[in-house]
Design a binder for this molecule. Structure first.
Ligand code: ZN
Length: 110
């Protein structure tokens, strides 16, 4: 069983990095004795607007490079091809991806 409680933090309302909120998930685990234990886990979620399709999407904060939690970077949702998006944006935007032409950083990590 899974319960989800969301606490929205609406004071962050900027263009691409929209807001973050904490998602609390409550799980019930059954012990060997048949007793039920409830436990909670809290995850900080970040909401972005996709630079490619304009849809909002979420990511767990832990999976993000803290440097990318700013609007100096592009954020592309998983429905969009970030590689194609990067190509479309072209060379002049390359600095925003914090990459040089010789960089080996895979775009899929963004
Ligand atoms: Zn998208």
């Amino acid at each position: 069983m899974l319960f989800i409680v969301c606490f929205y933090n609406l004071n962050v309302n900027i263009v691409m990095f929209i807001r973050e909120f904490k998602k609390q998930t409550r799980h019930v685990r059954k012990s060997k004795m048949g007793k039920e234990h409830a436990y909670k886990r809290e995850t900080t979620m970040c909401v972005f607007r996709c630079d490619s399709c304009d849809r909002e999407f979420e990511r767990t904060r832990g999976s993000m490079d803290p440097k990318r939690l700013s609007n100096s970077y592009f954020h592309v949702c998983k429905n969009c091809d970030s590689k194609k998006f990067a190509q479309k944006k072209g060379v002049e935007q390359k600095q925003k991806w914090n990459m040089t032409a010789s960089s080996s950083t895979p775009i899929s990590k963004l």
